[in-house]
Design a protein around this ligand. Structure first.
Ligand code: FNR
Length: 375
């Protein structure tokens, strides 16, 4: 867009009725390169588009005349109360969208009773994010899960340091992301935005540099890529619930569970890593079957509507995460924007449950869906 970047608003603008409206509006509030970084998918963007198409290809079959007088969407997930089945996905460098970055998101999450996963690559420290969560939580008299997303570091001592810091700061679970250690893009961060948790920790060489040399195998980057051995090691390092994020196959999900993972996030990283990857929503039923009915299963990549949340729950997810919509709402109106975005999504979910005849999460089943044949 060939016009100056607008400052974030301190109010919710009129005319925003759904998450897509925040996205449209956000373009005016984010510098062009940062916008391209947030929005892009890997390579040709096939997976990015497919994530949406896979949701859109599922049709809903309403069941009429349900009794909604006792309706509730609460659950206990990994021993924690989740007021409604949506969490904020870990999203790096949120100061690209708003000066308050992750501090604004976590306050919004607490205000809306929504769990948040803080990224290893946060632009505020994990301690500051936890502090903002706890003040907001005291002020509002409500809590929500606060989890730390872990990227393994080249030096295991640094990985351990991050785990210990997260434990000390009061994070209630670790989300280990396994699908993004090797990817093509490397985005030069603008001044004022940094990986605040990783000050003084040497980083992997950017894989973008390596790719320009067309070399990966035989390099330290390949050698340091996370493996199953790391999951075994991690399991021994912490008593916090351990969630593995970035799984798309039933065998891998079972293996993660066998090695001690407490939950899995079915994800293709919002289409940002492997172009051509399956959409999480289309493989979710296989993973649910592989893991059995009780194992906690979360999903992200492409969730934008209350009906998307409904579809994911119907196919076996316990909860879903939203990634980019956080950045869109942050860019437009900071904390208020994120809180409003979450409010819209919750209102849509409740409305769709009412229309579908479901008063509780348990009542949302595959019988409510009509799966069209994939092309
Ligand atoms: C991400 N994602 C991500 N995941 C993670 O585990 N750690 C991280 O630091 C980041 N950073 C990040 C930055 C940006 C700009 C985006 C868009 C995404 C992935 C994220 O957690 C989630 O899997 C996807 O964003 C979900 O897809 P949607 O909701 O964006 O379609």
């Amino acid at each position: 867009l060939d016009q100056p970047v607008q400052a974030p608003l301190s109010r919710i603008p009129a005319g925003i009725a759904c998450l897509a409206d925040y996205r449209l509006r956000a373009q005016y509030h984010v510098e062009a390169q940062a916008w391209a970084h947030m929005e892009s998918g890997a390579d040709q963007g096939l997976t990015l588009a497919h994530n949406r198409a896979a949701f859109d290809g599922i049709r809903l079959r309403p069941q009429p005349l349900a009794d909604l007088s006792q309706a509730s969407i609460r659950q206990t997930l990994l021993g924690q109360l989740l007021e409604w089945p949506v969490m904020l996905a870990p999203v790096a460098y949120q100061r690209l969208a708003h000066p308050e970055g992750e501090l604004a998101s976590v306050r919004a999450a607490m205000a809306m009773h929504t769990g948040m996963m803080a990224s290893t690559l946060s632009s505020h420290t994990l301690e500051d994010i936890a502090q903002a969560a706890s003040s907001a939580s005291q002020e509002l008299g409500r809590t929500a899960p606060l989890w730390f997303q872990l990227y393994s570091q080249p030096d295991p001592a640094h990985t351990l340091e991050l785990i210990e810091r997260a434990e000390r700061a009061g994070y209630q679970a670790l989300v280990w992301t396994i699908d993004a250690s090797i990817k093509r893009s490397s985005y030069p961060l603008p001044a004022g935005v940094e990986a605040a948790n990783l000050r003084n920790m040497p980083q992997h060489r950017q894989s973008g540099d390596l790719m320009s040399e067309h070399i990966l195998f035989g390099t330290p980057l390949a050698a340091q890529a996370p493996s199953w051995k790391d999951l075994q090691w991690l399991r021994q390092q912490t008593r916090l619930p351990l969630i593995v994020k970035g799984i798309l196959s039933p065998d891998a999900a079972r293996k993660a569970a066998d090695l001690g993972a407490d939950a899995v996030v079915v994800s293709n990283h919002g289409g940002r890593v492997l172009d051509g990857a399956v959409a999480p929503i289309e493989v979710l039923p296989e993973l649910r079957t592989a893991l059995g009915p009780q194992f906690p299963l979360l999903l992200d990549s492409g969730v934008r509507l209350g009906t998307d949340v409904f579809k994911a729950l119907a196919l076996g997810a316990n909860a879903v995460l939203v990634g980019r919509p956080q950045l869109h709402a942050l860019a437009v109106a900071g904390m208020l924007g994120v809180a409003h975005m979450l409010h819209l999504l919750r209102a849509e979910l409740e409305l769709s449950m009412a229309q579908m005849g479901c008063a509780t999460l348990e009542q949302i089943t595959p019988d409510h869906l009509h799966l069209t044949l994939s092309k």
